[in-house]
Design a protein around this ligand. Structure first.
Ligand code: KIV
Length: 274
């Protein structure tokens, strides 16, 4: 008789309960192999629409489609068993109305099997957050430097640099938390403001270029692995895989050029005799 080992995924209430508790470890993830490597360690994997830039070489996230998010969401779900997986709703799929947001979020949940979706924006999309949460779709919020508004911001600019900006950003955080978001990403935000919002709202905040006082942190995986030749200033690189890949490819090319490659038969006979 074989024992069935069941791994239970981390749930939304478990992440929600991490307010003022053990920090939530989050990373972006876009494909199955990396999902396998992250799964034992991270609490939450975000299939972020940053995949447009990281995986597809786009200039920003505005051209990312729902089908792209679903494709990568499926891959990450196949590669993971334990972490909670959140998939971003791309630009143009939720802003218009709560009903349209629900239809598209439902597609993401149904086709990928992920647990939750993430929406960018504050008070202006609180209705959507409420509509989805009330109907069974958990929502992660995202305020501060929201890349889908890059054309309005005029670039990737830190938000809340002047005190005059703070009340609107704080009101955004409160609106999204009150609407039912189970956690909120604070991106590219002045450090004291991110710390203040973290103290003010009742759901966990997840910082990226924000504050160490947030209830958790997220980075783009490829940035922290050293694959991005021009990472954002706040990124700490924990590996230098870009140069590592280059060195491996050079070693491979040298082997190919010197004909130092065993054929399948050699490998077979090595296995048989070895
Ligand atoms: O798309 C993304 O990767 C994100 C993170 C930067 C939070 O939204």
């Amino acid at each position: 008789m074989s024992a069935v080992v069941q791994t239970k995924r981390i749930t939304v209430p478990e992440i929600r309960a991490r307010k003022n508790a053990e920090p939530v470890v989050c990373l972006t993830c876009y494909h199955a192999h990396t999902a396998r490597w992250l799964d034992d360690t991270v609490d939450l994997m975000l299939v972020g629409d940053s995949l447009g830039m990281v995986m597809h070489g786009m200039e920003n996230t505005l051209g990312v489609t729902l089908d792209m998010m679903i494709l990568h969401g499926k891959a990450v779900m196949r590669g993971s068993k334990r972490a909670l997986v959140v998939v971003d709703m791309p630009f143009g799929t939720y802003e218009e109305s709560p009903q349209i947001a629900f239809r598209n979020a439902h597609r993401i949940i149904q086709e990928t099997g992920c647990t939750a979706v993430k929406l960018e924006g504050g008070a202006r999309i609180a209705e959507q957050v409420h509509f989805l949460s009330e109907r069974g779709i958990p929502v992660m919020g995202h305020i501060g430097l929201t890349p889908q508004k890059i054309q309005i911001f005029g670039g990737f600019k830190t938000q809340g640099r002047t005190l005059a900006e703070w009340p609107a950003i704080e009101a955004d955080a409160k609106a999204i938390a009150d609407a039912g978001a189970f956690a909120i990403v604070l991106e590219g935000m002045a450090e004291p403001l991110a710390a203040k919002i973290t103290r003010e709202i009742e759901v966990p905040t997840v910082g990226i270029g924000a504050s160490a006082e947030c209830d958790g942190q997220i980075l783009v995986l490829e940035d922290m692995l050293g694959l991005n030749p021009q990472p954002p200033k706040f990124v700490r690189e924990y590996a230098h895989m870009g140069p590592g890949i280059e060195a491996a490819v050079k070693a491979y090319a040298a082997d190919v050029r010197e004909r130092r490659f065993p054929g399948a038969e050699n490998v077979y006979s090595m296995k048989k005799t070895g």
